[in-house]
Design a protein around this ligand. Structure first.
Ligand code: G3P
Ligand code: CA
Length: 266
């Protein structure tokens, strides 16, 4: 059945800001989440790593170089050290001709800050690193910040998801990679009705390794199994339109403004 995190959102297709809308402003920052929320997105997607002092931090890469003025692995720095960096340093919309967010005070966010500033909006949280204890820290924090029914937790690491579900069974999760492959195989064989998913959300790319994953049949079969189908990362309006016509329940996009406009919500 529909998890509480999705219940309030109704039946309309969801616009989900990928990393807070990384095409529009510096990814995974409080600034991005603020702006995306103001646009009217339904959900914020973000990525989690663990700092050296075991705090959950919102950043996509394992290392600092691509998005900040820092260097080296996120896990080698304390939260305080990470928050001294400029998280807007590398953002550019014109291929590096200009960097409008440099020196504007955009910091790496701690997950706690996200919960403090945005308690109500649904969030899709991605555990990026398995085997470092993120699952337990996350589960405790979700309870402490009253977020158990405000989030969907996902990971590309099956054992991380398994661990998280053991610790936090009341929280909605998205299908892990093994479950996704199983669903695709069963769908391909015409046997998707054999699937009885224990997770409520399916987040997949429309294509993967040259294969089309998002077909009308896959979406229909997944929905028949009770799954909410969210597709990533959909940035162009023609593809957004195509997937919505196919019945997608949500679009995870770097450009939530485009999706909202297409849906007549801006
Ligand atoms: O929600 C899935 C999507 O966020 C995965 O891609 O690399 O942007 O985390 P990535
Ligand atoms: Ca992600």
């Amino acid at each position: 059945s529909m998890p509480a995190v999705l219940e309030d959102l109704g039946e309309r297709p969801l616009v989900i800001a990928h990393r807070g809308g990384k095409g529009l402003w510096p990814e995974n920052t409080l600034f991005a989440f603020e702006r995306a929320t103001a646009l009217g997105v339904d959900m914020l997607e973000m990525d989690l790593h663990l700092s050296q002092d075991a705090k959950l931090v919102v950043i996509h890469d394992e290392t600092l170089e691509r998005t900040t003025n820092g260097q080296g692995p996120v896990a080698h720095f304390s939260l305080a050290e990470l928050q001294a960096l400029d998280a807007g340093y590398k953002w550019t919309a014109d291929g590096g001709q200009s960097y409008p967010y440099r020196g504007q005070g955009t910091r790496i966010a701690a997950l706690e800050e996200v919960f403090e500033h945005f308690p109500l909006i649904p969030k899709a949280l991605e555990i990026k690193v398995p085997d470092v204890g993120m699952e337990a820290v996350l589960c405790e924090m979700l309870a402490a910040y009253d977020q158990l029914d405000r989030v969907i937790v996902g990971s590309f690491h099956e054992r991380s998801l398994k661990r998280f579900r053991e610790l936090c069974p009341e929280v909605a999760t998205s299908a892990g990679p093994v479950s996704v492959r199983l669903l695709l195989a069963l769908n391909w064989l015409g046997l998707s009705d054999l699937l009885s998913p224990s997770y409520p959300v399916l987040q997949i790319p429309p294509q993967h390794s040259g294969l089309t994953l998002a077909t009308p049949r896959l979406i229909r079969n997944a929905q028949t199994r009770g799954l909410h189908v969210q597709l990533w990362t959909i940035n162009e309006q023609p593809e957004m339109r195509r997937l919505l016509e196919m019945g997608a329940n949500g679009l995870i996009t770097d450009y939530p403004d485009r999706a909202l406009q297409l849906l007549g919500r801006s």
